[in-house]
Design a protein around this ligand. Structure first.
Ligand code: PXG
Length: 400
């Protein structure tokens, strides 16, 4: 048995089977490259679903991690720490928002936004107690807690996990008329991904986000963008909503917020909404811990100083042009923005999973979403020659 087979077998015995990873066991990574336990090197085209936008082990982010780890790691929120305040101020400034509420994972940020919106509904909008409604979109992915899977339209995420949480209405993604119809007096928020990542990098029609912004203004409804996957440069703008200048009331961030080194998430927004929380109503032991905050502060500085957003735009175009030039009958569409791209396949000789497996042999690690789509989302620190390496591998796999 190879070392890879041994480790996979062990994982399958002792780890719950809630994932189906590619058969590769990563042991080390630096920049855009990952190395498996056999010593084979791969170019990472997934970036941990956008969490590793800075590349693996970014030297500055790692340095911040080590330095802070030597000083102070966790205090809980029972005491102040000297990193939380500066991080909140810096993140709020970057987002052009007023306040930040720190959590650890994306799902927790979404849960936080839901609670914030409901509270705003009762305290400010005047919705009758426990009548608050949040509108969300079909095919969304906001995480996997019991409340969040209530919003899912994918049976896999829901079957066997009910009963679910009341207070959500699901409408088709990209349909502004459906949003208008769904909003009633009890509606407190519209929660939506500016691009649906997990649904297969699905883009709404042009003008959708700004139309949603206008509608929410008219109807006194909070607009909440889940930018956990699309935010922090990934799509070629700092935030995906900036493609349409549709600034939300609340924004959920996660993934790349930790610079690929640590889990940290946040809801950022206005004082009018986030200012409503009172002590004890919400929180998390590790949320806002000094280690995460220090790492995230450096990650945000790197994001700006190394212009990761500009790189996503420029190199995303190079990757997209390359993928569009691949001669393969089975390709239905190449889509996405910046370095959040996907190739969708028509039914045919290869499944998306098989394409990923063939790319793995060529030293490129991708992950399929659903049966038909392969996502290409390398770290934003990728170099042009490495983009060309991806394109060459895709051509080799698909043009034969
Ligand atoms: N919102 C969006 C838009 C996401 O893409 C989450 C929320 C939840 O984040 P956390 O940190 O709670 O996983 C995501 C996560 C996976 C996986 O299984 C995660 C995502 C996409 C695909 C797979 O780890 N995105």
């Amino acid at each position: 048995m190879t070392r890879t087979e041994q480790i996979i077998k062990q994982t399958e015995i002792y780890s719950a089977h809630n994932y189906k990873p590619l058969p590769v066991v990563i042991a080390e990574a630096k920049g855009v490259y990952m190395t498996d336990v056999e010593g084979k090197r791969y170019l990472d085209c997934l970036s941990a679903y956008s969490a590793v936008s800075h590349g693996h082990g970014h030297p500055r982010v790692l340095k911040a991690l080590h330095e802070q780890a030597d000083k102070l790691v966790v205090t809980s929120r029972a005491f102040h720490n000297d990193q939380l305040g500066p991080w909140c101020r810096e993140l709020a400034a970057l987002c052009d928002m007023e306040m930040v509420l720190p959590m650890n994972t994306g799902a927790e940020a979404v849960e936080t936004a839901i609670k914030a919106a409901r509270k705003w509904g009762y305290k400010v909008k005047g919705v009758p107690k426990y009548k608050a409604k949040i509108v969300c979109c079909a095919d969304n992915f906001h995480g996997r807690t019991t409340t969040i899977v209530t919003m899912s339209t994918d049976e896999l995420y829901k079957e066997d996990f009910g009963p679910f949480t009341p207070g959500f209405e699901i409408i088709p993604y990209g349909d502004i008329d459906a949003l208008e119809k769904a909003i009633d007096d009890d509606t407190v928020a519209f929660l939506v991904e500016p691009i649906q990542g997990e649904a297969g990098v699905r883009l709404p029609p042009d003008g959708y986000l700004s139309a949603a912004r206008r509608l929410c203004n008219e109807k006194n409804v909070l607009l909440i963008f889940d930018e956990i996957q699309t935010g922090l440069g990934r799509t070629g703008k700092l935030f995906c909503w900036q493609h349409e200048d549709a600034k939300p009331d609340l924004m959920c961030l996660g993934k790349a917020l930790g610079g690929g080194c640590i889990p940290i998430s946040a809801v950022v927004g206005s004082q009018e909404v986030l200012g409503l929380f009172r002590p004890g109503e919400h929180g998390s032991t590790f949320g806002g811990m000094p280690l995460s905050c220090a790492v995230s502060r450096e990650a945000l500085r790197v994001l700006v100083e190394d212009d990761l957003t500009g790189r996503a735009e420029k190199l995303g175009k190079r990757l997209r042009d390359g993928l569009e030039s691949v001669q393969c009958e089975q390709i239905k569409e190449v889509r996405g923005k910046g370095l959040l791209l996907a190739v969708e396949f028509k039914p045919g000789p290869r499944t998306a999973r098989q394409v990923c497996e063939a790319l793995q042999d060529e030293g490129i690690l991708c992950k399929e979403t659903h049966e038909t789509t392969v996502r290409f989302a390398p770290p934003l620190v990728i170099e042009p020659e490495q983009i060309d390496q991806i394109i060459a591998a895709v051509k080799k796999v698909l043009e034969n």
